[in-house]
Design a protein around this ligand. Sequence first.
Ligand code: LFR
Length: 473
Amino acid sequence: MTKYSIAVDIGASSGRLILGYLENGVLKLNEIHRFENKIVKKGEAFCWEAGKLFQEIKNGLHQCKQMGIKPDSIGIDTWAVDFVLLDEDDMPLTEAVSYRDPRTDGIMEQVFGHIIKERLYLETGIQFQKFNTIFQLYSIKQSNPEILEKAKSFLMIPDYFNYLLTNKKVNEYTNATSTQLVNAFTKKWDVQLLDLLGINKEMFHEIKMPKTILGNLSEELVGEIGFDMKVILPATHDTGSAVISVPEKEDTIYISSGTWSLIGVENYFPICIMKALDYNFTNEGGLDYRYRFLKNIMGLWMIQEVKRNYQDVYSFAELVEMARAADSFKSLVDVNDDRFLKPENMVDEIRNYCQDTNQMQPNTPGEVAKCVFDSLAASYKLAVKEIEEIFEKQFKKINVIGGGCQNEMLNQLVADVTGKEVNAGPVEATAIGNIVAQLMALNEIEDIKDARAIIKKSFEIKKYLPAKHVLNQ
Ligand code: LFR
């Protein structure tokens, strides 16, 4: 009997429920429900609307019922690092504050007063981003220590939704590693680190691996939805799910392209050497204890914000076309500068950056978009060079996955600036990675090798070759 799994994939700007199943060895996908996600201001803080998002998950399940679909399982993935804390009655003590909230400004330096940067990296292997959970928790400790003392449960966003689905509280491994509180070698919560920082360690739950069958829907929910199914842990960190979908591993650098661009390689062990620290590469935990050695690049967030700043007058496709037409515009920004994390106005911030660095300011939407795409490509090129230096080898190809791989201009640009073949696809990498993990847990797919072979034959991959003049350089 065919098994049907639902991937709930929630990103920074939208969430979807996607049904996946195997038909004659080919993976089929069917979008059931789509909803908006955004950051809203609650009091002083920028937050996610966790309650609304969970309601949307339930709306999607009602939709399944109406469509006559009875899924065997469901798995949830979202972005990483963010969390809620629950009290002794399992009620939220905190809002789901977004990592883009400035509450962690200056906190990293305070944490380094307790543990030096190098030691933190050697133990966790995680890159330094001011919004990592470790810094978010430490900022709560500084501003509202009583919240941390009262907290009985620490749940990452997908852990929280899993709890609402099943009444079970666990911390899933791939997402847990993004906290910078998991030891890269023992793969457990780093209790010593928590003690050093004076963070209540009792609130953390047992770390469970992707492919774990968590249980069934709670009785209450079965009553509400009208059917039962298994809740399975995929790689609940979206990037962890996405990277499972990279069809070829050999000689390939991937770019998971969405709100963020995550560029790196899959690895079997963490690389916590000083050069990796200097270049700020991370070793995030993956399926079967594989590691994602990668770095975060600001990504399409910049163009999403640019689009918003122009009051959504232009579509993404129009911005791309206008960028193409602004061919002579050459200014570049450092996309990884913190000033682009959540500026008041992205267009102004880009213009100001150019002024501060004595470059021509972009004036038209096309010039602004050109500046963003060129700067992203330049940043990818640098990251490729850093990866090749660390691995002491050349990689032949770049595989762009995720929604951003539909941007043909950027794909060609990446091929041109890196001089490498670029393969684009699958577009639905995250949902696919989520679904195959569930199908592995249900014994429909044997292992990750089997999964990748299925993915390769099920989805279109487009090839972009570097322009000749670049190849001949
Ligand atoms: C991508 C992503 C990145 C993570 C960032 C913040 O959606 O999950 O992997 O660094 O969001 O959580």
